[in-house]
Ligand binder design. Structure first.
Ligand code: NOJ
Length: 605
């Protein structure tokens, strides 16, 4: 037992500071009313959360019927994925009308009731806005299709003359994120090719909007106000980094040419790709921030900012732009102490430099479930069918049918990772089902698959459906309580394991993932050491409780009088247990030890 563990240390310790380590203490500014800086936000994929009418698709009335569950869980806010009118070719990220509701989900009265209900439970409401592209069924795109390329209607999109003698080749080498070409031909009225192409960085049903056009600016600023006027507390901004395209639509540079190096040859930054992270995008968010500032209390923006470095992400978080941006570095973290620590340091360093809190996220509707990611599945270097470029996530989604043993490992690590995330300073996001320990469903029959990634790659990349399988509320096949009594449908089939993972089975069971998350969320809220507070590594304590090991992270959180210690044991061997009051632990501790693959919080107050 170290001195510290015996309770000898009485003052806030100095930052542990080996070369390159950082002081993660927060700014002195008063942000006490800025709920978004420390909120626990629960992401709802409306199609998969709760189905009120038995049609197999979740809806807003279903959400309303489950708000008590979320209030009990203790979250502060809900982020809703899109529920606007849409052909749902990309799960609603293909919007027809940004100010109307798709009948699958409900209607405007239902949304207004939902916002009111959320507020009555003390839950803030964040909705999605999708400004990079519209649906091809949006009135603007339909109007463009009735005109010749070059018309004012086409100017709201990116409609560009192709290359080649007859313009039969796309204008450049840009690829769709979902696979294939990022350009589709614009046809003449008689069905022949016009030689022009329209840009879609995602599916061809999602034409990119042209943010050089004043109509586009007005449409979205009006949309922000429309929803703010209806009580929405904030927006999550889809593809925040993608709105502005480089002038002239240049080809992608060679990857090697993108790296910017220091005099010593070290990579310090990357030249952004011509369709991502262009400087012009910041002016858009400065204008949006002025809109948010018109409201009292101020409304918040959280950006989906996928950029090359934490430094580039932080540019979006300057005081006159977005309030938050997902720290996707954390999503990419491996079950590895050094990797995790570096990612934490990097995020805190750069966010703090602009006075922004960090936004922690392990799961969302686009990435494989964390139980599966941490299950220790061995992946081949390439997919085996000649595709050297298959990402680790894609391989997992295709191959990771977990054995019972792998599920046990994945779940144990996910328990630790989830509560570790909830201890970190800033705000934290939970994705529906994460609190139940759902795993990625990798064996969905092809006829159920809906992700455009699946179609655009002809099934080579299976896509994201496996993390969108509807929630199990009760242990009752076939729909596991997803719909009303007697309903049998869910838009994606649920595995039989969903029964044991259902809310009904986990609620009130002390060793369940659900009760663990609930305990951690409440502990975080009731203990002032957590939220947006100081954070320092305590390698001295790590050394005392686990001498000579590098697979244990120990950090101290909070300020004078309200301090907590968080221990994350990544390795399988136990460590000594600090002699302090236990707040929450992801596995039972013994009197003397914290077991391996466990996270535990202790109060030092
Ligand atoms: C990011 C969203 O999270 C994802 O689900 C969607 O497919 C793309 N943006 C395109 O809108």
């Amino acid at each position: 037992m170290s001195e510290f563990i015996d309770g000898v240390i009485t003052e806030v310790p100095q930052q542990y500071s080996p070369a390159g380590e950082l002081d993660h203490r927060v700014h002195a500014d008063d942000h006490s009313n800025d709920w978004w800086r420390h909120a626990v936000v629960y992401e709802i994929y409306p199609r998969s959360f709760a189905d009120s009418n038995g049609d197999g698709a979740g809806d807003l009335r279903g959400v309303r019927s489950r708000l008590a569950y979320l209030a009990h869980l203790g979250v502060d806010a809900i982020w809703f994925n899109p529920f606007f009118t849409s052909p749902l070719l990309d799960g609603g990220y293909d919007v027809i009308d940004y100010r109307d509701i798709d009948p699958v989900f409900g209607d405007m009265a239902e949304v207004e009731a939902l916002i009111a209900d959320c507020h009555s439970y003390g839950l803030k409401v964040i909705i999605d806005v999708v400004p990079n592209h519209s649906s091809w069924e949006h009135r603007w795109f339909k109007e463009a299709l009735t005109t010749e390329p070059g018309s004012p209607a086409w100017a709201r999109y990116h409609c560009v003359l192709g290359k080649g003698v007859n313009h039969e080749l796309p204008p450049n080498n840009w690829r769709s994120v979902f696979g294939g070409n990022a350009w589709s031909p614009v046809k003449n009225a008689d069905g022949t090719d016009s030689g022009y192409w329209y840009l879609h960085i995602f599916d061809s049903s999602q034409p990119d909007l042209n943010w050089d056009h004043p109509d586009v600016h007005k449409e979205f600023e009006d949309t922000l106000r429309f929803w703010f006027d209806r009580g929405v507390d904030g927006f999550r901004i889809d593809v925040s980094h993608g709105l502005v395209k480089a002038a002239g639509y240049p080809d992608y540079p060679q990857h090697a040419d993108r790296a910017k190096r220091s005099a010593g040859g070290e990579i310090i930054d990357f030249e952004p790709l011509p369709h991502w992270d262009q400087d012009g995008v910041h002016e858009i968010y400065r204008a949006w921030r002025r809109v948010a500032n018109e409201y009292e209390p101020m409304r918040a923006f959280v950006g989906e900012v996928w950029v090359d470095t934490a430094q580039r992400r932080a540019k979006y978080l300057q005081h006159d732009e977005l309030h938050l941006a997902f720290n996707f570095g954390h999503v990419g973290a491996k079950w590895d102490a050094l990797d995790l620590r570096e990612r934490i340091n990097e995020a805190l360093l750069h966010d703090k430099a602009v006075g922004a809190p960090t936004t922690w996220v392990l799961e969302n509707h686009d990435v494989p479930r964390v139980v599966t990611r941490f299950a220790g599945v061995e992946l081949p270097k390439s997919s085996g069918d000649g595709d050297e470029n298959e990402s680790a996530d894609d391989a997992l989604r295709r191959l990771a049918v977990l054995t019972p043993e792998q599920r046990v490992v994945g779940t144990r690590r996910a328990r630790a990772a989830n509560i570790y995330m909830l201890s970190l300073p800033g705000s934290a996001y939970l994705y529906n089902g994460q609190e139940l320990g759902l795993f990625e469903v990798v064996d969905l029959p092809p006829q159920f698959r809906q992700d455009p990634v699946w179609f655009r790659t002809e099934g080579k990349v299976v896509g994201r459906d496996g993390c969108r399988v509807p929630m199990p509320w009760r242990n009752e096949a076939p729909a596991y309580g997803f719909g009303p009594d007697g309903s049998t449908q869910s838009w994606l089939p649920q595995p039989s394991a969903w029964g044991a993972l259902s809310v009904q089975e986990q609620q009130g069971r002390a060793d369940s993932m659900l009760e663990l998350i609930r305990t951690a969320v409440h502990a975080r809220k009731s203990h002032e050491a957590f939220g947006e507070t100081d954070f320092i590594w305590r390698d001295d304590i790590a050394e005392a409780i686990a001498p000579g090991r590098s697979d244990v992270l120990v950090s101290e959180h909070g300020g004078a009088g309200n301090r907590a210690l968080v221990v994350l044991v990544i390795g399988t061997d136990p460590v000594d247990r600090p002699d302090s009051e236990l707040l929450v632990a992801s596995q039972p501790l013994t009197d003397a030890q914290i077991p391996g693959e466990t996270c535990a919080w202790f109060s030092l107050s």
